[in-house]
Design a protein around this ligand. Structure first.
Ligand code: GLP
Length: 262
């Protein structure tokens, strides 16, 4: 796993956007995995800038969202589908239908079938080339809360009270945050060819340290990144504050041959 400590979220955003731009340059029909939450916003802002100023085009690319709330009315501004439309899609040039989210419109067997169909759609697209991830304060990725199987696939999950409280800032109150979600499983996420996790701010420091340097455990879902052959963690100084090997990560990054990229 490579850990990159940056001076500010905008620097991390530009770094990750650069890796996405390089991927699209090599492979215009690349498949991206998109995350929501505030952490990826600097990445999306820089991708929008590159589209505007540097002709970065997503016209042949595809994308799959990590997760979605269950039970929000279609088009709700806090649905993750609406979030991605607002923060990324509306600023770039994805083709119609190129960005997909889990279908949460059904119930019971229909919902189960939609989860299986989502995993099949990702596989059918040739798998995800680069999966962007944030991390929850409890170490969750996507909406895989602590206790999630490290082999899990896309499925229905129940949010913890802590996560609902964290995400209440986007809603009127914690009560308005849906209790249920559909999320790509940890096994689904690990199938992507490159995982890039971004985390900024003190509130993420203990989750980042547990994920990067703690034992691999279902109690810290992001620790599953340790199992992946190509995982990159981009953090600012506050989010890196509890990392024991931060000196080594800085040295490694400073000495990295430029041809290696992320
Ligand atoms: C939600 C999302 C996660 C995200 C997390 C952290 O739970 N499902 O994908 O990583 O929030 O969000 P933020 O980046 O706003 O701290």
């Amino acid at each position: 796993m490579e850990v990159v400590i940056v001076d500010a979220p905008e620097v991390g955003g530009a770094l990750v956007a650069g890796a996405i731009a390089a991927l699209i340059d090599r492979q215009p029909a690349a498949t991206l995995g998109l995350a929501t939450g505030s952490s990826p916003l600097p990445v999306y802002a820089d991708l929008a800038r590159r589209h505007r100023e540097e002709e970065l085009s997503f016209a042949r690319a595809r994308a799959f969202l990590l997760d979605e709330y269950v039970g929000l009315p279609a088009g709700h501004p806090q649905s993750y589908r609406a979030f991605i439309a607002r923060e990324l899609e509306s600023h770039v040039d994805f083709g119609d239908g190129a960005v997909q989210a889990p279908d949460v419109s059904g119930d019971g067997p229909d919902l189960l079938a939609a989860c299986a169909a989502y995993d099949a759609a990702i596989a059918g697209a040739g798998g995800v080339d680069l999966q962007l991830l944030g991390i929850g304060g409890d170490g969750h990725i996507g909406f895989n809360e602590p206790g999630s199987s490290l082999g899990s696939r896309t499925r229905l999950k129940t949010l913890t009270e802590d996560t609902r409280r964290d995400n209440a800032r986007f809603f009127g109150s914690p009560d308005e945050v849906p209790r249920h979600v559909v999320t790509q499983g940890i096994g689904t996420i690990l199938d992507a060819r490159h995982l890039v996790l971004v985390a900024f701010g003190t509130a993420k420091a203990s989750a980042v340290a547990a994920a990067v340097e703690g034992p691999v455990s279902a109690m810290v879902p992001a620790s599953a990144l340790q199992l992946h052959p190509h995982a990159t963690v981009v953090v600012d100084e506050p989010a890196a504050a509890l990392l024991e090997l931060s000196g080594y990560y800085r040295e490694t990054w400073a000495a990295k041959p430029p041809w290696q990229g992320l």
